[in-house]
Design a binder for this molecule. Structure first.
Ligand code: AMP
Length: 483
């Protein structure tokens, strides 16, 4: 199948060829004809599947009838709105919009918080057909009356589950209420909890469901390797791996902001060029670190889960989990940074005895054991081989010896990132026509429901609570414990 077979116009085919894409990814093959036909879409896909081109290309084609080179702002009203949970993702999606629209006379702008509003205001004043935005800053523009949604024809809600995690759904709903009722709406999410389903029901009309293979099933091109190591030797092991394996660019995941900075400093002291990216860094620092990493000036980027959301670095050959994440779904998100668009990648995890419970959870989600490779001189103690205590395998004990993370400092329940799995109701999904028989649409990356261990219920949002979007936006999400 080629992009031309999907009915894309020559200007877009040229842009796709310029970008070096030989053929559409599965989500593109499914999404493009449906979106071109003007239908609403509910898509189960996450970053790394090619979903951005999957919605951007047909969106551009649908807007192409408005393309014009007039200098008059009145000829360039906002026609499409793309909402993303984080600035990094907004920037990336906007980059894609620019890449794919380069042969069309359509204008775009990216809007996010943490930077001066004036440049954004000026761009909006001059007229932009496509606005890629994070919800909080967009609402600031609404309040300032610097943006008008009267001509919006297409809305895209990207990474809806992350929006929910970060407490942005109330902001999204406020924006939805301002849009014309007659429009095309597309919602993308890696997982489909009841809350996301309700949101989808409220914003989509007779949506077409787009199914991509579950991430854990699809990512066959990723090699997983576990190095059992003693906790206090992890730093040395990491430096050793980076130095001896000539890894080029490596994204290293850690659990806390503090840990991220400390580890980057340590690597620097070991002669390895490294930087950290986390929620306490300013937007400019984060952008600079990411740019330096992408350009190869920094070979190791140490990141927390929240800061890494939506990062797209081409050809990232390896991610290293310095610490395993608290939920197996985060492991899936992390490894999605490598092995993109069909390329091969390696996901290495440094696992100490205390993390065996988390490892068991990940293996359960992936439905297979991960290869364990001992590193001579750095092995974990005998306790790594001891059988896990009963009850330490389940999600409820997925933190190993670490206590569950408390609510972030000053965080309101409605803003707390979801640490655990979604509510049990989300797992009782009925079979969906058209889906593969064992496919649970609300949890596209989950194992079959019968292998689940009951999670604790999440804290319900406080009714009437005013979201603290400025702070959440500044952090690119809310901090974890010690983050
Ligand atoms: P996304 O899931 O949209 O974040 O895209 C992940 C990566 O895949 C990006 O670096 C895209 O440039 C790349 N990509 C998207 N579509 C294709 C394609 N059809 N062929 C090759 N690479 C692609």
């Amino acid at each position: 199948m080629s992009f031309a077979d999907l009915g894309l116009m020559p200007e877009l085919l040229k842009a796709v060829t310029d970008a070096g894409y030989a053929e559409p990814t599965p989500i593109q093959a499914q999404a493009i004809p449906i979106i071109l036909a003007g239908k609403d879409v509910m898509g189960g896909a996450q970053t790394g599947t090619g979903k951005t081109a999957g919605f951007t290309l047909p969106l551009l084609q649908r807007l192409s009838r408005h393309a014009n080179t007039s200098p008059s702002p009145a000829r360039h009203p906002v026609r499409a709105l793309i909402l993303t949970p984080t600035r990094e993702l907004a920037m990336q999606v906007h980059e894609s919009v620019v890449t794919y629209s380069k042969h069309l006379a359509l204008r775009s702008v990216v809007i996010y918080g943490g930077v001066d509003m004036r440049a954004q205001m000026e761009q909006l004043r001059l007229g932009r057909e496509i606005v890629v935005a994070t919800p909080g800053r967009l609402l600031d523009h609404v309040e300032q009356k610097t943006v008008n949604f009267g001509a919006v024809e297409v809305l895209v809600l990207d990474e809806a589950d992350r929006m929910l995690d970060m407490g942005f759904i109330p902001d999204v709903k406020r924006i939805l209420a301002l849009l014309p009722k007659e429009r095309q709406s597309l919602l993308f999410s890696a997982t489909f909890s009841e809350e996301i389903k309700r949101l989808a029901d409220s914003m989509l009309r007779n949506p077409q469901l787009i199914e991509v293979a579950r991430r854990n099933a699809a990512a066959d091109n990723i090699t997983h390797r576990v190095h059992p190591v003693a906790q206090d030797l992890k730093r040395q092991v990491l430096a050793h791996l980076i130095k001896t394996q000539d890894l080029g660019q490596v994204l290293v995941f850690v659990a806390t902001k503090f840990g991220a900075s400390r580890l980057a400093h340590y690597l620097g002291r070991m002669g390895i060029s490294a930087d950290a990216i986390h929620g306490d860094k300013s937007q400019q620092q984060r952008t600079e670190a990411l740019e330096a990493f992408k350009a190869g000036r920094v070979s190791v980027l140490v990141a927390t889960d929240v800061a890494a959301r939506g990062l797209d670095v081409e050809d990232l050959p390896q991610v290293i989990n310095f610490e395993l994440p608290h939920t197996p779904e985060d492991y899936i998100h992390r490894i999605g940074r490598t092995g993109r668009a069909g390329k091969s990648g390696t996901a290495v995890s440094l696992v100490c005895a205390e993390e065996r419970g988390r490892l068991a959870e990940i293996e359960k989600l992936l439905k297979r054991p991960l290869e364990q490779v001992k590193l001579e001189g750095f092995e974990a103690g005998a306790e790594f081989k001891e059988p896990l205590e009963r009850g330490k395998r389940g999600r409820t004990a997925a933190h190993g010896s670490t206590p569950p993370a408390p609510a972030p400092r000053g965080a309101k329940p409605g803003r707390e990132p979801r640490r655990g799995p979604p509510p049990p109701a989300a797992r009782a999904a009925p079979a969906r026509p058209g889906a593969t028989p064992d496919f649970d649409w609300r949890k596209p990356y989950e194992p079959a429901p019968d292998s689940f261990i009951e999670p604790p219920l999440p804290i319900p949002p406080r009714p009437g609570h005013k979201p603290r979007r400025q702070i959440a936006a500044l952090l690119g999400g809310l901090p974890k414990k010690n983050e």
